[in-house]
Design a protein around this ligand. Structure first.
Ligand SMILES: Cc1cc2nc3c(=O)[nH]c(=O)nc-3n(C[C@H](O)[C@H](O)[C@H](O)COP(=O)(O)OP(=O)(O)OC[C@H]3O[C@@H](n4cnc5c(N)ncnc54)[C@H](O)[C@@H]3O)c2cc1C
Length: 370
């Protein structure tokens, strides 16, 4: 009945579905959630598009992908410029001349460089043995203590001195007054939200929501020539070789009866004591305006908490250590024997993908397939 059944209405699934339909194939998309768009789903609350599964900023250097997504939506000119809040002191991120001026009163790039160098030398670390030593050897003690330590410890749930050095390979230091977090040619947020963008990708395609493919696998397999599966690869094989681990995030979302809570989309709390890692104020992804350009009187914020992951929790970040890497490879070997199933996307490939990378990967796969 169908050429392709696509499991998952996230970006990977939606791109495959769009391309297959364009090539004249008959496609069915199913998702176990009641919504499309996977983790880029945005929900409208008080006229604000709320990023339900975490803040998503589209950024890419890939012109082909940028032009591709622009077929489905217009992007605004949002630029990610997060702020760090360390016990009430505010600093610009990523580390740049504004940060160094606030931290040390230095004015020129030369002064900033000398200050960082002085702190590095004072610490005298030549062979970093853990993340703490690694970070100090890269940016010195002040930046480490105020902007790296607490945030990283909350993210990993462990002291920096107990974490391996390799987690932080580099900490970008900019000797310019540039608060733009991403070094990308193209950046923005879809006007009208990500859900609308994915809806446009899926236009004219049959989509069934609230259906778990793995619970009705035989039924769906019998209906299609091929399956494109974007769910967790270990779940597909009923966890027969073991469980792939993730790091999770919990979001606590609140509507506030005020027009402006923090004046920025993202504020990172870099001390260890504040339990959340950051607060997102969603309206600032769209400059505080609704679709008609009107100022919004309310605001929606989400506090983000980094958390342990247990089976059944929402999987967010794959744990890229040796143990999980080796287990994934074993699942990948099993996947190669499934001749009519293609595994793709962040869960199917157990890989952290940015949005542009997942779109590129889907385009390459389906391009070769069709
Ligand atoms: C907290 C966070 C913040 C991020 N921020 C950014 C950012 O700022 N910029 C950026 O470029 N990228 C960001 N990303 C990455 C982005 O979320 C991913 O690139 C993208 O969501 C991957 O799409 P996908 O289709 O592979 O997976 P998903 O969006 O997870 O889609 C998979 C879909 O499959 C469905 N599914 C799974 N199993 C089954 C089943 N058995 N039956 C039916 N359906 C099933 C799921 O319900 C889901 O809808 C972020 C990721 C996280 C975790």
């Amino acid at each position: 009945m169908y050429d392709y059944i696509i499991v998952g209405a996230g970006l990977y699934g939606a791109v495959c579905a769009h391309e297959a339909k364009k090539a004249g194939k008959k496609v069915l998309v199913i998702d176990r959630r009641s919504t499309i768009a996977g983790n880029v789903y945005t929900e409208k609350i008080e006229g604000i598009h709320v990023h339900k599964y975490g803040a998503h900023i589209f950024h890419t250097n890939n012109k082909k992908v940028w032009e591709y997504v622009n077929q489905f939506t217009e992007f605004n000119r949002f630029t990610n410029s997060p702020v760090a809040n360390y016990k009430g002191e505010l600093y610009s991120l990523p580390f740049n001349m504004y940060t160094f001026n606030k931290m040390w009163g230095v004015v020129t790039p030369k002064e900033a460089e000398e200050k960082i160098q002085e702190q590095r030398s004072k610490a005298g670390i030549t062979e970093p043995k853990n993340l703490e030593e690694q970070a100090i050897s890269l940016v010195g003690t002040d930046i480490y203590e105020k902007l790296v330590k607490g945030y990283t410890e909350k993210q990993w749930g462990r002291d920096c001195a107990e974490l391996p050095a390799f987690i932080i390979k580099r900490l970008p230091v900019r000797l310019t007054f540039d608060n733009n977090y991403f070094n990308a040619l193209y950046q923005g947020i879809p006007i009208g939200g990500y859900t609308k963008m994915v809806e446009n990708m899926l236009e004219g395609i049959e989509v069934r929501l609230g259906i778990d493919y793995l619970k009705e696998k035989e039924y769906f397999d019998a209906m299609a020539e091929k399956v494109i599966y974007t769910g967790p690869i270990d779940a597909y094989f009923n966890y027969s070789l073991g469980i792939l681990e993730y790091r999770s995030v919990r979001f606590d979302t609140e509507v506030l009866d005020m027009p402006n809570f923090q004046g920025n989309a993202a504020v990172n709390y870099t001390d260890r004591e504040t339990p959340w890692t950051r607060i997102i104020e969603h309206k600032w992804f769209e400059f505080g305006k609704d679709e008609n350009g009107e100022d919004l009187s309310k605001t929606v914020i989400s506090r983000e908490y980094s958390s342990e992951w247990n089976v059944g929790d929402e999987p967010y970040y794959p744990v890229n250590d040796e143990k999980n890497g080796a287990l994934y490879q074993k699942y990948q070997a099993l996947a190669e024997n499934e001749k009519n199933v293609i595994f793709g996307g962040r869960l199917g490939e157990y890989k952290y993908y940015d949005m542009d990378a997942v779109i590129n990967s889907a385009l390459e796969m389906i391009g070769a397939e069709l």
